[in-house]
Design a protein around this ligand. Sequence first.
Ligand SMILES: Cc1cc2nc3c(=O)[nH]c(=O)nc-3n(C[C@H](O)[C@H](O)[C@H](O)COP(=O)(O)OP(=O)(O)OC[C@H]3O[C@@H](n4cnc5c(N)ncnc54)[C@H](O)[C@@H]3O)c2cc1C
Length: 411
Amino acid sequence: MPASSDTTNTRDKVQTDITIIGGGIAGLWLLHRLCNAGYNAILLESKALGSDQSVASQGMIHGGIKYTLSGLLTGASEAIADMPGYWRKCLQGEGEIDLRGCKLLSDHFYLWSSAKTTSRLSTFFASKATRGRADKVSGKQLPPLLQSPEFSGSVYKLVDMVLDVPSLVRQLAEPLQSRIFQVDWQTAEFQRQPDGCHAIEIVSGEKSLLLNSSAIVLTAGRGNGDLLKQLGASSPTMQTRPLQQVLVKHRHPQRFFGHCLGAETTPRVTISSHSCDDGSQVWYLGGSLAEKGASQSSDELIRCAQHELAELLPWVDLSEAQWATLPVERAEPLQRNFARPDQAYADWAGNCKNVIAAWPTKLTLAPNLSTQIVDLLTQKGIKPLYSALPNLPLKTPDIAPPPWQTLFGGE
Ligand SMILES: Cc1cc2nc3c(=O)[nH]c(=O)nc-3n(C[C@H](O)[C@H](O)[C@H](O)COP(=O)(O)OP(=O)(O)OC[C@H]3O[C@@H](n4cnc5c(N)ncnc54)[C@H](O)[C@@H]3O)c2cc1C
């Protein structure tokens, strides 16, 4: 733990406008937005950048069509509808943040149904809900994976896209590296100041320094829960939704990005494709399979996944494939009945004077989250005041490797 308060008079003090805690997509995007707006902002990360949810995500930047599968437009689909276009501009270097170095894995995403559920899908796409954001494809336009005589069902191509998230994290982190620090909470802690604001005391060897900020923004994903406790915040409350993703490493040539629609409103399985360093591919499986799989053992879930793929893609030979699972939690603000939140969330933490807690709830909504945070700062009259980059005795964190590298890395 840091030195006790008797060092208060001798320790150095440094000042920033904003300290962000947590370097996933939310914190990194926010760091750019704040620096572009003239704030002197820094980011503290306790592990590797993108750990937890961001590099474990499927990387889909989606327009929310999967949330409208119930046939109704919800808050989620409204808020998210314009996001693929927004991100596309960034990827072309014409948006709010230059993402030209980020790798695009796919510029489309498919929604397919097996023959049994086709009529529901056709009714859905005939409705106004999709507003021209999806095209029916057949014959030679079908994705190569589904161009089998054994395939029967319908397929729609969505304007959604898929990003390689590790390259996204790198692209966001590199230009602002001098503002990103690795924090070890064994040698750092929050301290409430006489004015009621929180500061962070950082101890290094015999020295300690006090980092003051006009605002501290928590973007630590599931780490926000503990941070809010340490701060004595009375709100917000976090919920976590457990998932267990399945990874299939194989030599099948076709990559695929799509949701398979079953009888429920959550896709039966969502497949994205990622490359390992040894040139082989991994299909990364989410959707209902991963939601239900959260309560299964890894072996049970792998058996279910093998059964699902054999039923949906019987022409694909996965007999030589290697299988693994990844338990992971989605961290979000608490919703009634543990529902999926519709939108990004940011608000001032209760009982804290200068702390904002934030969850994007989706990778896709990280830009919306940053806008909400900048609005909160502006409404409170927090303006850029400080210019000197604080000299902190902290290292630069690494970038987290994706699960398909860590789980199959040694093979
Ligand atoms: C399996 C899965 C698939 C998903 N697929 C998609 C998708 O395809 N499209 C989509 O839009 N969304 C998707 N999501 C949701 C999306 O990944 C998350 O909403 C988003 O990544 C959350 O970003 P974040 O920065 O808030 O949190 P995280 O990515 O969890 O990052 C939090 C960061 O804070 C750090 N941290 C934690 N505690 C502390 C602390 N005390 N001090 C300092 N740092 C700390 C962590 O190390 C980490 O780097 C998916 C989520 C999961 C789990």
